[in-house]
Design a protein around this ligand. Structure first.
Ligand code: NAP
Length: 335
């Protein structure tokens, strides 16, 4: 079967197409014929060696993929050949809190991932996806979709009438926009691009700010909320944006700490206590969250936003496109 290996970390050129033996299903396992994968910012960090500098290579990359079950191992009763499934980001995280053992199962990082024609997964590490979605659409769900679901609707959910602040228009933020609108919240989106902000408005954004043109975007957002601040922030920027997110959130508001897009920066935690802010670290989500999200996606016939699809042979180009940050929403690789 065809697959990709990260043979060397550091550059995208470390990604090489290889021929590997096709896996067979053991007890409790299924074989999925992968039809589509999607890319996340994490995949760039993995190939550059920034995610886990000690990651052993070669490694099959990508956490996110969807396909059809072609073989069911002994002891598997919940799934059958022909089922359309997506892999879970951490096949070992079923429900409630995450632990070290579950983290070690994360696909495309700690374990081999989905950029392969066939993958072997535990039956408990896949979910059936909504019928109205294509394989490409389903392939966008495991990391960005579940993370956004976790941030917006799990734990401390956004409620009707709440205000949610989203940074940028990448995969997590666009899913968060869609879920926040499902929840009946008002949504603020920031972006470096006016074109992307126009698109975000079409998806339901109530207020938009270009963070390049308006470096004091936190003050602009605060003003828009009448000086009160937003109820929730989906913080994908990290140290470089966190002080402004803290400024833009209300007293006793919520910040879901998710990403590191803006690199490093100085950070003084005093406002967190002075404003009694609830800061919650999020690492994707469990299989149970994935299943809850799928129900909501089905009932609301929600469609993930795919910016561009690449062919399997073009995987390195898909990585380059992700690195350019010209995309809005998700980038897909079709097998
Ligand atoms: N903790 C977790 O479980 C988890 C899960 C998923 C992702 N993440 C993290 O969350 C972040 C987003 O991931 P993703 O896959 O959605 O990324 P992505 O699709 O690559 O998003 C890239 C977009 O982020 C925006 N951006 C970049 N720098 C920014 C800044 N300084 N301020 C505001 N927006 C900025 C840009 O949007 P515009 O072009 O509109 O400006 C850019 O196009 C990454 O750091 C990723 O590692 C964490």
């Amino acid at each position: 079967m065809r697959a990709y290996h990260i043979e060397k970390t550091g550059e995208i050129s470390g990604l090489k197409q290889v021929d590997l033996p096709q896996p067979t299903a053991g007890h409790g396992e299924v074989i999925v014929r992968v039809k589509a994968c999607s890319l996340n910012y994490r995949d760039l960090m993995v190939i550059k060696g920034q995610y886990n500098p000690k990651m052993p290579v070669p490694r099959i990359p990508l956490s996110d993929g969807a396909g059809e079950i072609v073989e069911v191992g002994p002891g598997v009763e919940s799934l059958e050949k022909g089922d359309r499934v997506a892999g879970c980001f951490m096949p070992g995280w079923q429900a409630s809190g995450c632990d070290n053992a579950a983290q070690r199962t994360a696909l495309g990082g700690e374990a081999d991932g989905m950029l392969s024609e066939y993958v072997k997964l535990p039956a408990t590490g896949v979910v059936k996806f909504p019928e109205h979605l294509s394989f490409s659409e389903a392939a966008t769900l495991p990391c960005a979709g579940v993370t956004a679901w976790h941030a917006i609707l799990s734990g401390k959910p956004a409620l009707p009438g709440h205000t949610v602040l989203l940074l940028g228009t990448g995969g997590v933020s666009i899913f968060a926009l869609q879920f926040a609108k499902l929840a009946g919240a008002r949504v603020v989106v920031t972006s470096s691009s006016d074109d992307k902000l126009n698109f975000a408005q079409k998806l339901g954004a109530d207020f938009t700010v270009n963070y390049r043109k308006d470096p004091d975007w936190d003050k602009t957002v605060l003003q828009w909320t009448g000086g009160v601040g937003v109820d929730h922030v989906v913080e994908v920027g990290g140290a470089g944006t966190l002080p402004k997110s803290i400024n833009a959130v209300r007293m006793s508001g919520h910040i879901a700490l998710i990403g590191v897009l803006s690199g490093t920066g100085d950070f003084n935690p005093i406002s967190i206590l002075m404003k009694s802010i609830n800061v919650r670290g999020i690492y994707v989500g469990s299989r149970e969250m994935f299943q809850s999200m799928n129900k909501a996606i089905s009932v609301n016939e929600l469609k993930p936003v795919i910016d561009r699809s690449f062919k399997f042979e073009e995987a390195p180009k898909a990585y380059e496109y992700l690195a350019s940050q010209n995309h809005l929403g998700k980038i897909v690789i079709e097998m």
